[in-house]
Design a protein around this ligand. Structure first.
Ligand SMILES: [Zn+2]
Length: 214
C-alpha cells in the first residue's frame, strides 16, 4: 500500500477542519479572506437581509440575494462555512423557546439516496447540539415523495404536501418540539409536518427555517 495515501487523506482532513474554523474565502462569493476578518466579506455582509418571521414560522434571513446564495451553497454543495454564517440568525430566533427536542423536516429516502445528503437533518443536529437538546431524527418520515414546491401556488403547495408525513417517537406524547426546515416559502411544508407531529401526540410544535421567502 502506498504510505503517502493516508497521509494525503490526513492533510485533506486537516485542510477541511481548518476551513471550518477559519474559512479562507467568503462563504457567499469565494473572495479570498484575510484571517481575523469577519466570515462574510463587506459587500456580502451588506447584502444579507435578516428576516424574523414568515407568518407563524420563525426565520433567520431573507431567501434572496446573499441569503439565498448561502442557503443554496449549504443545501446543494454541503458548504459548512455557509451554514456557519446562517446558523446564528436561526439560533437567535429559537433561543427563547422551551422546546424539549429538535426535529427536521425529512426528505424522502429516495431523494437522500440520490443526492447522498440530508441537509435539514444536518441543520437539526447542529441546532440540537447548540441548544443542548436531543435530535429526534426518526420522529418524522416523509411517507411519499412529493414533487418540488417551486412554481406552485400556495393552494397547490398545500395539496402537494397533504398527508406526506407520518410521525412517531416514544417521546412525542405531550412533547414540545422545535421543527426545522431550510427554506420556508409559504410555510405549507412546515405546517403539514407540524400537523403530523401533533397528530402523533406532540403538545406544542414551533416552526422555524434558516431562511424565508420575502
Ligand atoms: Zn462575499
Amino acid at each position: 500500500m502506498n504510505a503517502s495515501a493516508p497521509r494525503a487523506a490526513v492533510r485533506g482532513l486537516a485542510r477541511e477542519l481548518l476551513e471550518l474554523v477559519a474559512p479562507s474565502v467568503c462563504p457567499a462569493c469565494d473572495t479570498p479572506r484575510r484571517p481575523g476578518q469577519s466570515l462574510l466579506c463587506a459587500p456580502c455582509r451588506d447584502g444579507l437581509k435578516e428576516m424574523r418571521a414568515l407568518g407563524a414560522v420563525r426565520t433567520g434571513v431573507a431567501y434572496e440575494g446573499v441569503g439565498r446564495r448561502l442557503v443554496r451553497r449549504f443545501k446543494f454543495d454541503g458548504r459548512g462555512d455557509a451554514l456557519a454564517v446562517l446558523l446564528p440568525y436561526l439560533l437567535d430566533r429559537v433561543e427563547p423557546l422551551p422546546a424539549q427536542a429538535v426535529v427536521g423536516v425529512p426528505r424522502h429516502r429516495r431523494r437522500v439516496r440520490e443526492t447522498g445528503a440530508d441537509p435539514v437533518h444536518d441543520l437539526a443536529r447542529r441546532v440540537a447540539r447548540a441548544r443542548g437538546l436531543p435530535h429526534w431524527r426518526a420522529a418524522l418520515v416523509r411517507s411519499r415523495p412529493t414533487p418540488t414546491q417551486s412554481g406552485l401556488s400556495p393552494a397547490e403547495r398545500r395539496r402537494n404536501v397533504a398527508g406526506a408525513f407520518s410521525a412517531g417517537h416514544p417521546g412525542l406524547a405531550g412533547a414540545r418540539v422545535l421543527l426545522l426546515d431550510d427554506v420556508a416559502t409559504t410555510g405549507a411544508t412546515l405546517a403539514e409536518a407540524a400537523a403530523a407531529l401533533r397528530a402523533a401526540g406532540a403538545r406544542r410544535v414551533w416552526r422555524a427555517a434558516l431562511a424565508g421567502t420575502p
